[in-house]
Design a protein around this ligand. Structure first.
Ligand SMILES: Cc1ncc(COP(=O)(O)O)c(C=O)c1O
Length: 418
């Protein structure tokens, strides 16, 4: 979607100087927008105990995590490196959620020792675990939430999921935990990502709350929290409607009160995309107006800076040319420099008659953007900037250089087996 108006109004006048002095490409994020979206999400659930844990994987840059921690967010981690990052960003103990999958015992212990909430993604690890966490939580497998419409979602797993406990095993998982002395419980469910259909998300939340209530009744256990995961979508396309988070929260609160009239669990969420996605853009410059079968412009960023359009069928990022608005529109493909045929940011995009040197904005790169980047072809990841509340632009991650590209290389091989 077009970048938020407040961000656009503050960013556009800065672009010529920023591009000239800092150079392109770079991602830039809006501090005020990120903090206020977090606050609005938490406020929507104001009637009940609620906590949002930002999914670190979406934007694992310390300055952004610190903005969120200061705004009251917890952090959701999925690996030891993310746990360490969360600690360094100021999140400790119960400010941290650990929702991993295919987890090793040492990773599990690290999270428990950090005092984090831990979500078990599989029942097998229970056999290896010596000490249970004080609150035991399992992730529900996705099949129980599946809807025919999910097949259209670019991130759909097509009905085969590596995540969570299959529905036939969920009761056993909780009873094993209870028999091993577990007395405090949570439950997690996140079937799909980037959901804009509020009815669909309410149906998922209702199903999860219902499963928790059934487990309570059948096993005589109490739930301290229901974790709805992440997955709230953002309107990447201009015609998309924003997710009505207040309507969603109101429906979830009604379902929760109906299912748990006397012992209301806390609602947790682990949203990433919804919180930071719309508050970031990738700023890139047209390096070449190419001569191809179809009109094509090459920019100085590649899929290595934003994988989504190359990776997911149907993934879309709006592209604009804010400093050339007055020119007539021309439809072009926008490509990077990777030796890969999916290195496209957009196909048939109408832009003001593109010229070499024009600055383009690729929108909604605030989540799963830079963090999914890579260095294939030696096309190194760009830097990250933040537009602060006061209007200052600060660098929060520098662009990679050749020494980063080769940082793990042993120029002189080290003997491993003589
Ligand atoms: C377990 C878990 N929680 C939260 C998220 C965040 O999802 P989103 O950024 O779509 O809200 C993800 C995304 O992959 C996830 O796997």
């Amino acid at each position: 979607m077009p970048v938020a108006r407040a961000f656009e109004e503050r960013l556009t006048p800065l672009l010529p100087e920023l591009a000239a002095t800092y150079g392109t490409p770079f991602h830039i994020y809006d501090e005020a927008g990120i903090a206020s979206t977090h606050t609005e999400l938490a406020a929507a659930f104001g009637g009940i105990p609620f906590r949002q844990f930002f999914a670190v994987k979406a934007l694992p840059t310390p300055a952004i995590l610190e903005v969120l921690v200061r705004a009251g967010s917890g952090l959701d981690c999925s690996s030891p490196a993310e746990l360490e990052l969360a600690t360094r960003a100021g999140a400790h103990g119960r400010d941290v959620m650990f929702t991993s999958n295919n987890t090793t015992l040492s990773e599990y212990r690290l999270a428990v020792n950090a005092g984090a909430y831990v979500t078990f993604d599989d029942i097998r690890i229970l056999e290896h675990v010596d000490v249970l966490p004080d609150v035991v939580s399992f992730r529900m497998g996705a099949s129980v939430f599946q809807s025919a419409r999910d097949a259209e979602n670019p991130m759909s797993d097509g009905g085969r999921s590596k995540f969570g406990i299959p529905v036939h095993a969920i009761k056993e998982a909780y009873s094993v935990a209870r028999d091993r002395g577990g007395s405090r419980f949570g439950i997690h469910g996140m079937p799909i990502a980037n959901v804009l259909d509020v009815d669909r998300f309410v149906a998922v939340a209702t199903r999860l709350i219902g499963i928790a209530a059934e487990l309570r009744d059948e096993l005589g256990i109490a739930f301290e929290y229901v974790n709805l995961g992440g997955g709230i979508g953002i309107p990447y396309r201009t015609g998309d409607r924003a997710f009505p988070v207040r309507t969603f929260a109101a429906a979830v609160m009604d379902e929760l009160r109906a299912a748990f009239p006397t012992d209301l669990p806390t609602i947790f969420m682990e949203c990433g995309r919804y919180v930071t996605g719309p508050h970031g853009v990738l700023v890139t410059r047209i390096s070449n107006c190419l001569v191809k079968e179809t009109p094509t412009v090459g920019v100085d960023a590649s899929m290595s800076a934003l994988l989504r359009t190359g990776m997911y069928r149907n993934a879309y990022h709006h592209i604009s040319s804010p400093l050339a608005d007055s020119r007539p529109l021309v439809a072009v493909d926008v490509v990077g420099s990777l030796c890969e045929n999916n290195d496209y940011f957009g196909v048939d995009r109408e832009l003001p008659d593109p010229q070499e040197g024009d600055i383009l904005l690729i929108h909604d790169t605030g989540a799963h953007g830079h963090s999914m980047g890579f260095t294939y072809n030696g096309r190194l990841r760009p830097g990250e900037l933040m537009l602060t509340r006061s209007g200052e632009v600060v660098e929060i991650r520098r662009p990679e250089v050749f020494d980063d590209y080769t940082a793990t290389v042993l120029w002189r091989p080290r003997t491993v087996l003589p």
